[in-house]
Design a protein around this ligand. Structure first.
Ligand SMILES: Cc1cc2nc3c(=O)[nH]c(=O)nc-3n(C[C@H](O)[C@H](O)[C@H](O)COP(=O)(O)O)c2cc1C
Ligand code: SF4
Ligand code: SF4
Length: 288
């Protein structure tokens, strides 16, 4: 009898959810792949609708994003120097959760995610979400083709689907409301990763911008349309007047491979990362 009642109330509770949303900032699409996999798997298990909110372009970040307590949101961001992207995270703080259920996901390039996951979970909580789970997945490093090359791969996406099953179990009462810890320093003592070149000196690549091989560029304007900072001049895509966050959307997604970085410190840092971290396969870490 007790079991019948428990099942009845579980079903009632699960019935409150109407939609799963994959909400992500994802210049090179690794974060997008992970959060959409978790969201679609969870929506399938729950038998409810699934949608995506891509907040990668400046245009898309003009909207006010508001949820309600019937929503489940799988939020994802890449890790930049051990934290959430610092020029984008102020926007993450404007989401209105209104008691929606959320899962915090960060995707990092096989070095480390440092304080980024703790930061994502804290931002969602301060936005008014009930953050019930968090995870760090590995994606191909924005700077590289070999560091985390090809990830998330089939195994990662399978892990994402299994993770959705565990989220479902937690939502159905098995561990619902339980506190969970994630690695990372507490707010106030979080730092950015100190990027270095091959000689061991700290580098400052904030002003570095991509170059364009004019022999390859067809002037299609795609890079200007996808730049998350709106920093590329659409009338002349070799001109980058705005801030560049080194996200590599233009480098990796230009259909003609015309964009590249040539800065010595950038290239040296990239090589250092590849030498130190390419040989080890880091696995997704799931918290709930
Ligand atoms: C500016 C910048 C800093 C990054 N810092 C880190 C880092 O600290 N640790 C790490 O493992 N990967 C780091 N990455 C790699 C990204 O986190 C990783 O490639 C991620 O999968 C990119 O996500 P996206 O495909 O959604 O853009 C950095 C990438 C960029 C562009
Ligand atoms: S996407 Fe590539 S080919 Fe198109 S304008 Fe930009 S650099 Fe040129
Ligand atoms: S110009 Fe910089 S910020 Fe814009 S897409 Fe290219 S790498 Fe990203």
């Amino acid at each position: 009898m007790k079991a019948r009642f428990t099942l009845f109330f579980n079903n009632l509770y699960m019935g409150k959810y109407t939609k799963v949303t994959a909400l992500y900032f994802s210049p090179t699409h690794t974060t997008k792949k992970v959060v959409e996999q978790i969201a679609s798997s969870l929506a399938t298990i729950l038998g409810i609708g699934c949608g995506s909110l891509d907040i990668t372009t400046p245009q898309s970040r003009k909207q006010q994003i508001t949820f309600n307590s019937n929503d489940i949101v799988i939020f994802g961001s890449p890790v930049y120097i051990g934290r959430l992207p610092n020029l984008i995270s102020p926007y993450f703080k404007t989401f209105v959760g209104n008691g929606a259920t959320a899962v915090a996901v960060v995707v990092y390039g096989n070095r480390a995610y440092d304080d980024a996951l703790a930061e994502a979970r804290d931002i969602l909580a301060s936005d008014g979400f009930e953050c019930i789970a968090a995870a760090a997945f590995v994606g191909e490093h924005s700077f590289s083709r070999i560091l985390g090359g090809g990830r998330p791969d089939v195994a990662d996406l399978e892990t994402a689907s299994r993770y959705a099953e565990r989220i479902y179990e937690k939502l159905s009462g098995n561990g619902a409301g339980e506190e969970f810890a994630v690695p990372g320093n507490p707010a106030g003592s979080r730092k950015f990763y100190n990027a270095k070149n091959g000689s061991g000196s700290s580098i400052d690549i904030r002003k570095v911008k991509p170059l364009t091989d004019k022999g390859l560029c067809t002037g299609c304007g795609y890079c200007a349309a996808i730049c998350p900072m709106g920093s590329i001049n659409p009338a002349d895509c070799s001109d980058v007047p705005g801030i560049c966050i080194k996200c590599c959307a233009c480098v990796k997604r230009c259909p003609n491979g015309a964009k590249y970085f040539a800065d010595a410190d950038y290239l040296s840092h990239k090589q250092l990362l590849e030498e130190k971290f390419s040989a080890i396969r880091k696995e997704p870490e799931l918290y709930l």
